[in-house]
Design a protein around this ligand. Sequence first.
Ligand SMILES: *C1O[C@H](CO)[C@@H](O)[C@H](O)[C@H]1NC(C)=O
Ligand SMILES: *[C@@H]1O[C@H](CO)[C@@H](O)[C@H](O)[C@H]1NC(C)=O
Ligand SMILES: *[C@@H]1O[C@H](CO)[C@@H](O)[C@H](O)[C@H]1NC(C)=O
Ligand SMILES: *[C@@H]1O[C@H](CO)[C@@H](O)[C@H](O)[C@H]1NC(C)=O
Length: 391
Amino acid sequence: MAKLRRAITIALLAVSSPWLYDRYLALSGILAQRPGKLVEVNSFNSLEVKFQDKVRNCEDMILVEEKGVALLSCDPGRDKWNTVMGTFTDDNRTGESSGIWIYDYSSTDTLTRLDISSWASHLDFHPLGLELDASTSTLYIVNHARSGSAIEIFTVDWDTSAATHVKTFKHSLLHAPNALEILGEGTGKLYVSNDHAIVAAVSPLLSQIETFSGAPGGSVVYIDINAPETAQVVARVPFANGVKILNSTHLAVASSAKAGVYFYKINPDYTLTFTNLVRTPSTADNLSVDSNGKLLIAGHPFAPALMEVAKGRAGCDPNGTVEEKKACGCEAPSWVGEWSEDEGLKTLLMSKGQDEEGNGICASSTAVRDVQRGIGFVSMLYGRGIGVFKV
Ligand SMILES: *C1O[C@H](CO)[C@@H](O)[C@H](O)[C@H]1NC(C)=O
Ligand SMILES: *[C@@H]1O[C@H](CO)[C@@H](O)[C@H](O)[C@H]1NC(C)=O
Ligand SMILES: *[C@@H]1O[C@H](CO)[C@@H](O)[C@H](O)[C@H]1NC(C)=O
Ligand SMILES: *[C@@H]1O[C@H](CO)[C@@H](O)[C@H](O)[C@H]1NC(C)=O
């Protein structure tokens, strides 16, 4: 009996040890960056936070370099309603600065809110990932609406900074949409990531177990808005997050659970073939590619701090009591890295978080860089303002 038990134990250890080793790699990185241990890194020529009093909780950001503007998706309402982290309160105000902002960084250095008020559901708008098809000025935005997660499609009129709602797109394969990427201009073909198999709305506990176990519950779905019946799951990734086309042949997918970036070869039928995984010293949230083909990765070096902030936010009121104001803080650290095949992975920024005045970068979710103009930005999932750096 004892022998049998030992044999079973050994067999179990043998099958689980690659898994244990994998989790050890992910968790030891996290522990090395716990508060008090984290060593700050700043490789930029300058770094400042702007617009602290104008926007907060900006998750995603894209550059429209031809116009010298960046589009930001910001949602103060995330404090009270977060389908990824599992915050669900009845407070359905989305917040004064919720929505898409156009940041003119090349000439006027101003923020203008994209006017979507002609859309009947504009008050149920919790924007996350966004992507622009510049050829048709079509904006695709993941909306974690209370009425159900969907992709909202808009046409942008740059002259009036207004957008017309075209449609709300839902699909059974998009049960937990997070990021999206456009495939070919004007085609309506997309890759969309689902962050989890089990969403927090169904079971917060199982959703977290899924995250920490590193189980490949997230997915990447290929979808053609004009032929939804052809949609298919093309990859399975633990906590799939940012999705970005790297070049004409390869796609990168960030994993917030593995702590790394998965690379895939894109096949002619849009299916994906896994090629390799690059581990990152921080969970990887969102991705962007600059005009030199370098991949920028932003993420959260100490996930427990991020979860703490997310949890506390349900009680945040910037105009409230001392306690309620404190809940609006953002002490979660940030990491920004860049990767290229030739130079490998480099850390550009490691930061402890934001202080009460809104200085410092916290909870970084996306980094973008305009190489020509030598400027870049870091968005902060739970921070105030946006980080602006000079390279
Ligand atoms: C992340 O980045 C991709 C590519 O830049 C973008 O399409 C996506 O919507 C972003 N958002 C999220 C939530 O990861
Ligand atoms: C918010 O909740 C109130 C009260 O339940 C409701 O009347 C209102 O329509 C809701 N607003 C949105 C945008 O869902
Ligand atoms: C806080 O107060 C300011 C000034 O009174 C007001 O403009 C703003 O809307 C308030 N914000 C919230 C979240 O209540
Ligand atoms: C695209 O990037 C991958 C990964 O770095 C690389 O192996 C491949 O050769 C690149 N393809 C092209 C066409 O540059």
